[in-house]
Ligand binder design. Structure first.
Ligand code: NA7
Length: 534
């Protein structure tokens, strides 16, 4: 029997939310332990080491803003930093705030059971370690449960194969190799454009094309860094005010309120600018009005046709079953031009589906392809997947996975009735957008609640059933009319590789971030009276 360690709070996950939560709870004087499956800090930026992994949000807008000292001392090297730089940044944060002494690595949480008699959680890690805590705070990330394709034969392949989110820590030699990439989501796009530079032969297996737009990345020189730093207060303030916490925000004009010439000029400008502007800073009706969405889709399709030399390949790369921006827009650097290289080919799985993975490669309905390396850029069991992988049980042994079978139900995206003393960071029903901005608010709100609990000697906190129903209905209502909710994607909870995840659900909050914060602030200002406190 493992010895039982006792804490006021256990945090699960050492990504951006877990690290900041640890820092804040320690400031309250609580005894806290953070359990992390990996061997280092960084979460998403620890696991996703695939070639070409980088930010699609401006580096500085993605950083923590809570410490002036940290902002002053950290220089970003690129407007959209690559994964190694971001991981260095998060390690720097962990060192600066001396976080590692309260983190236990190589500790994947297998089970967490709530006991209402002791008002505490009993947490077990895979190696048999056992912990008891009053409060359990999940910081498990919305995109951290990778999924392999449900295709026969994946185990039989005798070459090397990697899921992008489990890329090895040692360099993988791709030079001159015959490489397959399965998938064409944001991860695959970054991978494809990078590995196409070195591999012998690259074959991309595409099921659904996505609408991509140029990233326009650039290095940041010392003088520019000084200028950027001087603008931090305004930049973070702007992120507080925009709909999704990006520095970009929807244009107040409707698509049809301007002339066709003005429209075209505006889109040309957005297409030529760095970052998510073309997605997050476009006409306000782009994601709600079908006619508006069709026009911007035509514009981007035209760009793809211009950039891809072979017309048949260009047509395959143009999405036909969803409009621009209704799925996450991958940002790219010469992605489309990669298909003009002699050593890159595209296999359209809609024409010739994969039948199985073989010992030597991939068999489709019309050909056998041989590979040295297969890269699975096949995504994640998003949002609820990382919760489902832990055996979380609340009152009366109820499993969270069962409770969420028909889609997540939460109170403010932070709590679930029947699961007392559990708080979620960036859980279901949270605004995603520019995630670190949401993380800082989310952590500060949970910290406020923990301070209240601590100051008042409260040992049990639970959302009411009515609170959960009202919030869940509100989140669902916000999603009505959004074209993105009519499309299969990780944002609607669909993953055809996972049993029980074939049906669309509303798993994220799609209102504005300021409105979300206003609602949560109101709950705190009212002394958390909406919660059951005891
Ligand atoms: P995504 O966006 O979910 O993309 C996964 C890709 O893998 C997508 O193109 C899928 O095609 C494809 N896929 C998945 N399973 C299969 C099978 N069985 N056969 C063929 N193709 C398959 O994940 P990403 O990692 O790219 O990005 C996730 C987020 O992480 C991203 O939005 C960023 O915010 C960071 P499908 O579209 O399902 O037809």
């Amino acid at each position: 029997m493992a010895t039982l360690e006792q804490y006021d709070a256990i945090i699960i996950g050492a990504g951006m939310s877990g690290l900041y939560q640890l820092h804040r709870l320690r400031q309250l004087g609580l005894s806290v332990r953070l359990l992390e499956a990996g061997t280092g800090v960084g979460g998403t930026w620890y696991w996703n080491r695939y070639p070409g992994a980088r930010f699609d949000s401006e580096s500085y807008s993605y950083a923590y803003s809570f410490s002036g000292e940290l902002l002053d001392e950290w220089d970003w090297g690129e407007h959209f930093a690559g994964q190694p730089e971001t991981l260095r940044y998060l390690n720097h944060v962990a060192d600066k705030f001396d976080l590692r002494r309260d983190i236990q690595f190589r500790s994947r949480v297998a089970a967490a059971h709530y006991d209402d008699e002791t008002r505490s959680w009993d947490i077990r890690v895979e190696d048999g370690g056992r912990f008891a805590c009053r409060f359990m705070i999940t910081a498990v990330g919305p995109l951290s449960a990778p999924t392999l394709p449900a295709i026969e034969g994946t185990e039989s392949f005798t070459g090397q194969s990697f899921h992008t989110a489990r890329w090895p820590h040692q360099p993988v030699d791709l030079a001159g190799k015959r490489v397959a990439v399965i998938g064409t989501g944001a991860t695959a796009v970054q991978t494809i454009q990078e590995v196409a530079k070195t591999v012998g032969q690259l074959t991309v297996f595409q099921r659904t094309p996505n609408w991509c737009a140029p990233l326009h990345n650039a290095k940041i020189g010392p003088e520019e860094m000084v200028r950027l730093r001087a603008g931090y207060p305004e930049m973070f303030q702007r992120c507080q005010e925009t709909f999704s916490c990006f520095i970009h925000t929807m244009d107040p004009r409707g698509t049809f309120e301007v002339t066709p010439e003005q429209r075209e000029a505006f889109w040309e400008k957005l297409y030529g600018e760095p970052g998510f502007g073309i997605w997050q800073g476009n006409f306000r009706d782009m994601l709600t009005d079908r006619r508006a969405n069709a026009l911007i889709s035509d514009f981007v399709a035209g760009k793809i046709r211009q950039r891809v030399t072979d017309p048949a390949t260009a047509e395959k790369l143009i999405p036909k079953n969803h409009g621009f921006g209704t799925r996450r827009v991958p940002l790219e650097t010469r992605y489309y031009e990669a298909y003009n290289q002699d050593n890159v080919r595209l296999v359209d799985l809609l024409d010739t589906p994969i039948q199985r993975i073989t010992p030597t490669g991939i068999k489709t309905s019309d050909a056998d392809y041989d590979f040295d390396i297969i890269i699975y850029a096949t995504g994640f069991d998003a949002v609820t997947g990382s919760f489902d992988r832990i055996d979380i049980r609340g009152m009366g042994g109820q499993r969270l996975k069962d409770r969420w079978q028909g889609g997540p139900e939460t109170y403010l995206g932070v709590m679930v009735n029947g699961f007392p003393n559990m708080m979620m960071l960036i859980g279901p029903h949270m605004a995603l957008g520019n995630i670190p901005r949401s993380i800082e608010y989310n952590v500060d709100w949970v910290t406020g609640l923990m301070r209240h609990v601590h100051d008042h000697g409260i040992i049990r906190v639970e959302a009411t059933e009515a609170g959960v129903t009202t919030w869940t209905d509100h989140v669902k209502a916000l999603g009505v009319g959004l074209l993105s909710n009519e499309v299969d994607s990780w944002m609607t909870g669909v993953n055809r590789n996972v049993a029980g995840k074939q049906v669309r659900v509303v798993n994220r909050y799609s209102g504005s971030a300021p409105a979300y914060r206003a609602r949560c602030d109101e709950v705190a200002a009212n002394g958390y009276r909406e919660l059951m406190l005891g």
